[in-house]
Design a protein around this ligand. Structure first.
Ligand SMILES: Cc1ncc(COP(=O)(O)O)c(C=O)c1O
Length: 445
């Protein structure tokens, strides 16, 4: 294949096998609705909302126009010591969507930055209240909180940690992975009921080991997304909230994937009926069009930080943290337009309606196909788990490649294939997506 328009020598591709990519490039040059156009003129269905981002579909006029307008009005202004009108408006809208007393938004630019921001806020909050000894963070095996040092350390995907092991944050522990492959291999639109209590380990081993009084925060994804859409046991998150309350530990929900409608509710917190102390967000907040992330903090956290400085001099900064592009006006204009679009088109409700169609399709079409050992669906997302072959992850990668050749973008995650289409997906497109995936799984390697 010839690529006259671009030279592929200089981009080092992230989370991608660069050597084999060069042999078989997958390059998009345009997108509209639920489809991409490739450099060689093929249409590819975006079965993963471009990695959980483009929930409203590609090339949405109201978002594009808001960005263009903003560029011509206020292109950029520093975020330190001054601010911009779009940032206040976006924060107000995000706070209005968030549950409970989660009302204060700290902006950043990605989910990874959101993870580190929330961990730093946890330390600062405890210190402000005279509990600076709280320094231990607890994450979960197979959790994903991005690639920066904080998020990587509390994260639990071995491949992401292996090479960097010696320089992880100290004083981090991990709760067990919450999946029962024997009794709950197939989950359709519900939370599995566990006979044993998966949080006993937290109460009986992890907290006593570190002493609960030293623990600053527990961070979890409501549904483990990057690992392959692993759904929490019934009551798990409620019980986690109770344990945190009992010991004065902050609970952080990383909602980079579950935020903004994926489960048919604004946040996973709403779906599971649990209000954390902080919610991390990114991706869908701007429909993925402009990078943005953030942390929604409770009033309690914000007030404690302000209170600690009640007698500080006027110029004293309460939180030494922030990014050059925190609350970038163009990103905020994109967020405002995106959140309006979600509301005007009822897209969260649409995700709630399309989810069961996706669930029915994957369970009825994929169960029993070669190597399929599990299928999990909840909200508008599903994962099909393949038996690990001789080389871990190889089978899922091969299915991903076959899907791509046949016009469907899926996400290989370990031995899983994940589907999480845009909320605008049509029932016929769901059928087509699942048919293409079924063909790719059934096809001999
Ligand atoms: C739950 C979660 N947290 C954090 C991140 C990292 O986000 P980013 O890639 O924007 O840094 C992701 C990315 O997929 C994620 O799923």
């Amino acid at each position: 294949m010839a690529y006259p328009e671009f030279n592929m020598e200089h981009q080092w591709l992230p989370f991608t096998p660069n050597r084999s990519f060069a042999q078989n490039p997958r390059v998009f040059v345009a997108a509209d609705g639920a489809h991409f156009t490739t450099h060689d003129g093929r249409q590819v269905l975006d079965g993963i909302s471009s990695l959980w981002c483009v929930s409203a579909g590609h090339n949405r006029k109201p978002i594009n126009e808001a960005i263009t307008r903003q560029l011509a009005t206020l292109d950029y202004a520093t975020a330190f010591q001054v601010s911009n009108d779009q940032a206040f408006k976006a924060a107000e809208m995000i706070a209005a969507l968030a549950p409970g007393d989660l009302n204060k938004v700290l902006f950043c630019n990605s989910g990874s930055e959101a993870a580190d921001t929330s961990l730093k806020v946890a330390l600062a909050y405890h210190r402000a209240r005279g509990e600076g000894h709280r320094h231990v963070f607890i994450g979960r095996e197979k959790g994903y909180h991005g690639v920066n040092f904080g998020g990587m350390s509390v994260g639990g995907l071995p491949a992401n940690r292996k090479v960097y092991g010696t320089q992880m944050l100290p004083h981090v522990d991990h709760m067990r992975f919450i999946h029962d492959p024997v009794n709950h291999a197939y989950i359709q639109g519900s939370e599995p009921v566990w006979a044993e209590d998966p949080l006993l380990e937290l109460e009986q081993r992890i907290l006593p080991l570190h002493d609960a009084s030293n623990v600053a925060a527990i961070i979890v994804e409501p549904v483990a997304g990057s690992a392959g859409w692993y759904i929490p046991p019934q009551g798990y998150l409620k019980r986690l909230r109770e344990i945190c309350d009992k010991h004065g530990i902050l609970l952080i929900f990383d909602e980079v994937i579950t935020g903004f409608g994926r489960l048919g509710t604004a946040f996973g917190a709403d779906y599971f009926g649990v209000v954390p102390d902080m919610i991390n967000f990114a991706k869908g907040v701007t429909n993925g069009v402009i990078p943005m992330g953030g942390v929604i903090c409770s009033d309690r956290i914000y007030q404690a930080m302000m209170q600690a400085h009640s007698s500080s001099p006027e110029h004293a900064i309460e939180l030494f943290h922030g990014y050059t592009y925190s609350g970038h006006p163009v990103a905020c204009a994109a967020a405002i337009a995106t959140l309006q679009l979600y509301q005007q088109e009822g897209l969260f409700e649409r995700a709630a309606r399309m989810g069961p169609l996706l669930g029915d399709a994957v369970h009825s079409r994929l169960r029993g196909l070669p190597h399929v050992v599990g299928i999990r669906s909840l909200g508008l997302a599903a994962a099909v788990e393949l038996a690990p072959g001789p080389v871990a992850g190889r089978r899922a990668y091969e299915v991903f490649m076959r899907c791509f050749q046949n016009g469907l973008l899926v996400r290989p995650a370990g031995d899983n294939i994940v589907l999480c289409p845009p909320f605008i997906i049509e029932p016929a497109q769901i059928e087509r997506m699942v048919d293409l995936l079924a063909d790719a799984i059934a096809q001999p390697a």
